[in-house]
Design a protein around this ligand. Structure first.
Ligand code: ASP
Ligand code: MG
Length: 467
């Protein structure tokens, strides 16, 4: 088989982890598979780079000095633990040292300018993966495999210039990636490509958004028309619920792209929201696997047609740290443009809306945003909406959470919502807001934060998700 294997930050957190990863790659290689490896930064490094950029912007040279020291030590120690052969250790240490020197110069540059643009931030963020890829590549050489490392840019991933959340120019990318990587596969060389980073057509480094290595993996997979994309992480797969809330939660063996996308959007952390698109378009199955339990087959994400529709509801997720805003006023009835004004204000302030509902009486529009944006949203809405005789009041509720249930089998199945809300009502839990998209793959509703976990357990039980 031709496979893309992506390893996340926790899979390459240190030298021992990297050895496990190298072993997995070697096993799949010796079974005769053609492999492209995509790798994230060592666990936590991207967050540290963001912090360092902010300190650099403040001109904090001491912080930069200490940070560079720490990051150098961590990567050199990782090399020591992951790689045995002295000459390889030396070679890759030199590569890493020179990348870190470049990083130090960039941070010092930012500190002198006192300015951090999205473009320069992307440049800084690229260093996490630029450092991890050579280390993984050399750990493959260390166990006798042939390998070469590439940045996403050098592998041919081209994007627009929307720094921080760049979108691939997919046709150009497919062409370039194929040209770049296929000759290596034909020679039995395993390319190790940095996840997350790409470049504009002019060659400036971009990033694909947080968690973007998954996206890199599916972009490369689609370009090479591989048989499957494996996302190696630190859990057995996608689960029916958070096991911390529902101890009997199970790993789902199989789920459709659309279900997985609805889950990823609703905070089932781990997957980049757009990561599945390239694979879905090409019909390439994506498998979530556990680096630390490679015997487990994980969760397979495939086209819906190939899936058994036995289970109506597949999973239930809880989203915390959100707030509800209601815009009320009888003047809104029959007044076109109110909703557009509300969402226009939010959009202009860069505030993302997670969930929307409007009653048919039109006297109320409610929506959910992430809690940290509440203050900004309230003041922006008050300034632009109050005092015109249309909106009477704008209220907020902070102690709430969203519960979302996902399952393609809900489409066209009557009675699911009744069962759902019955199960919640039996626990004496009040439902504050409800929304179902016309895709019918997801029903979301809002309850008090204190009721969230109990509601999740009740739903998990009602739909028999542990079985
Ligand atoms: N290192 C990047 C991040 O932490 C990309 C990734 O891990 O997928 O967001
Ligand atoms: Mg990461």
């Amino acid at each position: 088989m031709k496979l893309v294997m992506k390893f996340g930050g926790s899979s390459v957190a240190n030298g021992d982890c990297i050895k496990k990863v190298a072993k997995i790659i070697s096993d799949y290689n010796s079974q005769g598979n053609e492999l492209v490896v995509v790798v994230s930064a060592l666990d936590g490094v991207t967050d540290q780079l963001i912090e360092a950029s902010e300190e650099a912007k403040k001109g904090n040279l001491n912080y930069i000095r200490e940070f560079i020291q720490k990051i150098r030590e961590r990567h050199l120690n990782t090399i020591k633990d992951a790689i045995k052969t002295e000459s390889l250790k030396e070679e890759v240490s030199k590569i890493v040292q020179s990348i870190i020197e470049e990083l130090e110069k960039v941070l010092i540059g930012i500190s002198y300018l006192g300015e951090l643009t999205p473009k320069s931030l992307d440049y800084v963020l690229s260093f996490g993966e630029r450092l991890s890829a050579p280390i993984l590549c050399y750990s493959l050489l260390d166990i006798g495999l042939s390998s070469k490392f590439f940045s996403g840019k050098d592998a041919g991933i081209v994007t627009d210039s929307n720094y921080g959340e760049a979108r691939p120019l997919i046709n150009l990318t497919k062409y370039r990636v194929k040209q770049k990587l296929e000759p290596l596969l034909n020679k039995g060389i395993i390319p190790v490509v940095t996840g997350y980073i790409a470049s504009t057509q002019e060659g400036f480094i971009t990033t694909l958004g947080r968690g973007g290595s998954d996206y890199s993996a599916t972009i490369i997979g689609a370009s090479l028309k591989v048989d499957e994309v494996y996302i190696w992480t630190d859990v057995d797969g996608l689960m029916t619920a958070d096991p911390k809330i529902v101890p009997s939660a199970k790993t789902m063996p199989e789920i459709s792209f659309q279900e997985a996308i609805e889950m990823a959007l609703f905070g089932a952390k781990g997957l980049h929201p757009r990561a599945l698109e390239p694979a879905m378009e090409e019909g390439i199955p994506v498998r979530i696997r556990n680096t630390f339990n490679p015997e487990n087959p994980g969760t397979l994400i495939v086209n819906e047609k190939k899936i058994d529709k036995g289970k109506i509801v597949k999973a239930v997720t809880l989203i915390k740290n959100v707030s509800l805003i209601s815009v009320n006023g009888a003047g809104m009835v029959g007044t076109p443009g109110t909703a557009s004004k509300v969402f226009d204000v939010l959009g202009k302030n860069n505030i993302n809306v997670l969930m929307i509902s409007q009653s048919a009486s039109e006297t109320n529009i409610s929506f959910i945003i992430k809690k940290p944006f509440l203050g900004k949203a309230m003041s922006a809405l008050e300034i632009s909406l109050l005092g015109q005789g249309i909106v009477r009041e704008i209220t907020a509720e902070e102690d709430i959470c969203i519960i979302a249930i996902v399952g393609a089998g809900m489409r066209g199945t009557p009675g699911v919502a009744a069962r759902l809300f019955n199960a919640v009502a039996k626990k004496g839990i009040n439902v504050i807001m409800i929304s179902q998209g016309s895709s019918e793959v997801n029903i979301s509703f809002v309850v008090k934060e204190k009721d969230g976990e109990e509601a999740v357990r009740a739903i998990h039980e009602e739909f028999g998700l542990s079985k």
